[in-house]
Design a protein around this ligand. Structure first.
Ligand code: PDD
Length: 294
């Protein structure tokens, strides 16, 4: 039997390494596609309905005529057939394959729908206790970052720059010094006991984990302010953290930047709070576990 993850390609179950796609697929040619990443704990997809609803909205935004409910059914079937307990599900829907032209072909193409379930032995457990370093970088992305499209070149470049600088995540900085989010995570701060995060808008992804963590904070009686974090006020924060499907709630204990760029912090590095995981992050991590286990 193949070791390849189990996939569902346009309704047919097969090993992922046997899926074949045309080079004329518009996801390949233009990045004309949307995706979702879902965490599976103990065989159950976490926040599944929220992810499917976001997929549905993104399909509608790009006018890709695929049925999110049918994709949800396929996803659950694939997960069950995989027999995996700790896993990640990846879903990608492209507009389909057709003659290369920028506008949408008419009549519409048949979307290409990929689902696969892959084992996920969580690699971030230690980092969630110790905290990570984050790297400031210019936000080179387009103006609709609220759409979860596969156009991730700027995110990939930022993540690589962070990696080469010894950091775990890159944080996007706007020309006015506002910090929007990470290359693949949402960003939060804690100041005077309150949780701060960027308000939803076209400049950030409406993270599913972000939504959950805001609810958890409110239920725990922690005040929440949706306001943009600023590079020049990082020194006022008691805690800084990331959230995301794979990261969960991840403390950031140091922020670094190139000393030359417009994104820099003084001296190229700033320690957040005590330089260790703080109490608000610890509380939110505990509440998150309760949700996962519930
Ligand atoms: N990334 N912001 C960006 C730019 C992201 O790509 C992601 C998710 C998040 C967090 O969203 P959520 O809580 O819904 O996972 C925020 C996924 C995991 C990825 O690209 O692999």
């Amino acid at each position: 039997m193949s070791n390849s993850p189990l996939a569902n390609w346009n309704g047919e179950q097969m090993p992922l390494d046997e899926v074949q796609v045309s080079v004329l697929d518009r996801g390949f040619l233009f990045g004309d596609a949307v995706y979702e990443v879902i965490r599976v704990y103990n065989g159950k997809p976490f926040l599944f309905e929220e992810h499917i609803q976001r997929l549905d909205r993104n399909l509608a935004e790009l006018r890709i005529a695929a049925d999110a409910r049918q994709i949800a059914d396929r996803t659950l079937e694939t997960l069950q057939a995989s027999g995996l307990a700790e896993a990640l599900i990846y879903i990608q829907v492209t507009r389909g394959a057709g003659p290369r032209m920028h506008r949408f072909p008419d009549p519409p193409l048949s979307p290409n729908i990929l689902v696969f379930a892959k084992e996920f032995p969580d690699p971030y457990a230690a980092a969630r206790e110790q905290g990570v370093r984050a790297w400031l970088t210019e936000d080179l992305r387009w103006k609709r970052c609220d759409i979860k499209s596969v156009n991730l070149l700027a995110n990939c470049l930022a993540a690589q720059e962070a990696y080469e600088s010894g950091c775990t995540e890159a944080l996007f900085v706007e020309p006015d010094g506002a910090l929007t989010e990470g290359s693949h995570t949402s960003l939060f701060g804690v100041r005077d006991g309150a949780v701060l995060t960027a308000p939803l808008g076209e400049n950030i992804l409406p993270g599913i984990t972000r939504g959950l963590v805001l609810n958890l904070a409110e239920q725990a009686g922690i005040p929440v302010h949706e306001e943009l974090l600023k590079r020049d006020r990082l020194n006022e924060l008691d805690e800084l953290f990331l959230t995301g499907t794979t990261s969960e709630v991840m403390p950031v204990v140091e922020v670094l930047s190139s000393q030359r760029s417009e994104q820099s912090v003084p001296d190229g590095s700033i320690t957040i709070g005590s330089g260790q995981r703080g109490p608000v992050v610890e509380r939110l991590q505990a509440e998150y576990r309760v949700r996962v286990e519930g």
